[in-house]
Design a protein around this ligand. Structure first.
Ligand SMILES: Cc1cc2nc3c(=O)[nH]c(=O)nc-3n(C[C@H](O)[C@H](O)[C@H](O)COP(=O)(O)OP(=O)(O)OC[C@H]3O[C@@H](n4cnc5c(N)ncnc54)[C@H](O)[C@@H]3O)c2cc1C
Length: 457
């Protein structure tokens, strides 16, 4: 089968490439290959009752399938160059923001209308933060919520399915350069195309590394973010989350000068397990529908670790720490802040005794046996700093779940068109190491589709 364009991966990067190609080059033959299931077949078997923890499905429905890793996410589209990726370094700050706004408009047309756009512009919290040695980053945040995010994806799929060939449960095994294009090999067949967009996200990172090695495409990497997910009564952060929804706050520790930041804030949300390559880490989400909201707010506190020579495997370092928590707790560990400060483990009784009901069934334990001292010290300092702008953060009952790890893909060498050293082979989204968010990954998809359209039309 010969296509004009083959897209590998149906996450936000792949979906928005397909969408924009359909707009710009109608009539061209486009295919999307996706290792995971169609959207309506994606279901994580963990029900908290019969199946309590990850059973290692062949294709993880949380990370893979139409919608990619973001399908069951909180659907927070951060329109900013301050975090979420470095797309602007390739295409410029203004074009990057314009693309993120364009993606937002599409999301609104496909079911997101009526959802709220929050903004830090002119917020009084910027001053409050700076007065307390904290830095609030600038962003507009569209919060779709897990429920509306799903509706938008469903509508996008229904729109695209008659114009694009989708191959679900079809992981691509290899890519090779052939005359005038590429050959894509899957388990049962091979396909060719003139242009190929690779958008395989975090779950495709190991495969991406292989492809780059085989095709001699230069890469670089050396960062991992490690920390905990904090859960506290929604009232503690309500003054911030009601106005901003998500606040990205950065703190520089006094002890080591490390940067600690808040990440992925979920007002009235739930803490959830995340499975990366069989290792259970923690994440969070929340619903737009008030009926599905909780009494708690959760967010991550992360410390970025950059390594220098000779150490190269930053993701391996993060995985080892996550594995340690899995070894001690059988999965995610939860500890009360008060217990951590007193140097004792949390027990089921101490957790039950708290004035806060955990939203994730994790194993009570001791995070100081898992997290390196430098990282833990930074997190504790940040909790006390946050307590000044959101009193109650440093309460004894505040829950810390560990570990949360943000793995970064190695960064692939690409041009301002996001084209690799092979003409017509584009590498985008989180799989390129350039983006780490829904909005940046989607924007990279639109950008690359526009570059391809110039060649094809
Ligand atoms: C639980 C969770 C919550 C999140 N919440 C947010 C949030 O609120 N806001 C935000 O900005 N970001 C969030 N993120 C991050 C966000 O989901 C990602 O940044 C985004 O999905 C990246 O898009 P992508 O298209 O680059 O990759 P992905 O979404 O990872 O999609 C890549 C797709 O490629 C497929 N694939 C991989 N290898 C192959 C192969 N060899 N052949 C075929 N297909 C392949 C995968 O199955 C996957 O479906 C969250 C992530 C998770 C896991």
């Amino acid at each position: 089968m010969k296509y004009d364009v083959i897209i590998i991966g149906a996450g936000p990067g792949g979906i928005f490439s397909a969408y924009e190609l359909v707009q710009r080059c109608p009539g061209k033959k486009i295919a999307v290959f996706e290792a995971g299931h169609a959207l309506n077949k994606r279901r994580c078997p963990i029900d908290g009752d019969k199946i309590k923890s990850c059973i290692g499905c062949k294709s993880c429905s949380i990370m893979s399938g139409f919608g990619g890793a973001g399908a069951f996410s909180d659907g927070k589209y951060n329109i900013t160059n301050d975090f979420g990726g470095t797309l602007y370094e390739y295409i410029g700050k203004k074009p990057a923001l314009e693309l993120m706004r364009y993606v937002d408009e599409i999301n609104m047309r496909f079911g997101g209308e009526g959802t709220k756009l929050y903004s830090t512009a002119g917020s009084r919290f910027k001053t409050l933060c700076i007065q307390n040695n904290l830095h609030l980053l600038d962003a507009s945040v569209r919060h779709l919520g897990t429920d509306i995010n799903y509706v938008v994806l469903e509508n996008l799929y229904n729109y695209l399915k008659d114009q694009v060939d989708f191959y679900f449960d079809t992981p691509v095994h290899s890519i090779s350069a052939i005359e005038n294009g590429y050959e894509i090999r899957c388990a049962e067949a091979s396909y060719t195309c003139s242009e190929c967009v690779v958008s395989v996200g975090r779950s495709g990172s190991k495969w991406m590394e292989e492809v780059c090695r085989e095709m001699n495409i230069p890469t670089k990497s050396n960062r991992v973010d490690i920390g905990v997910r904090v859960e506290l009564p929604a009232a503690v952060f309500a003054h911030l989350t009601d106005e901003l929804y998500e606040s990205k706050i950065v703190y520089r520790t006094e002890k080591y000068g490390d940067k600690v930041r808040t990440f992925c804030m979920n007002p009235r949300g739930s803490v959830v397990n995340e499975n990366t390559n069989g290792i259970i880490t923690v994440n969070g989400h929340s619903y737009e529908d008030p009926a599905r909201q909780t009494e708690n707010t959760n967010f991550a506190l992360l410390v970025a670790k950059h390594f220098s020579e000779p150490f190269k495997d930053s993701n391996g370092y993060g995985e080892s720490i996550a594995r340690l928590s899995n070894m001690l707790g059988g999965g995610v560990i939860v500890q009360k802040f008060g217990d951590l400060i007193r140097g004792r483990r949390s027990t089921p009784n101490r957790i039950q005794d708290a004035f806060l009901t955990p939203t994730l069934n994790a194993t009570p334990g001791d995070l100081s046996l898992v997290l390196p001292k430098r990282i833990l010290d930074g997190i504790i300092e940040m909790i006390y700093a946050l307590d000044k702008v959101a009193p109650g953060t440093a309460n004894d009952d505040t829950l810390l779940y560990g570990v949360e790890v943000k793995f970064y893909n190695m960064e692939v060498e690409v041009s301002d068109k996001l084209e690799s050293r092979y003409k017509g082979l584009y590498i985008i989204g989180d799989g390129s190491g350039i983006t780490h968010s829904l909005s940046h990954a989607s924007a990279s998809g639109v950008h690359v589709a526009r570059c391809i359209a110039q060649d094809l039309v």
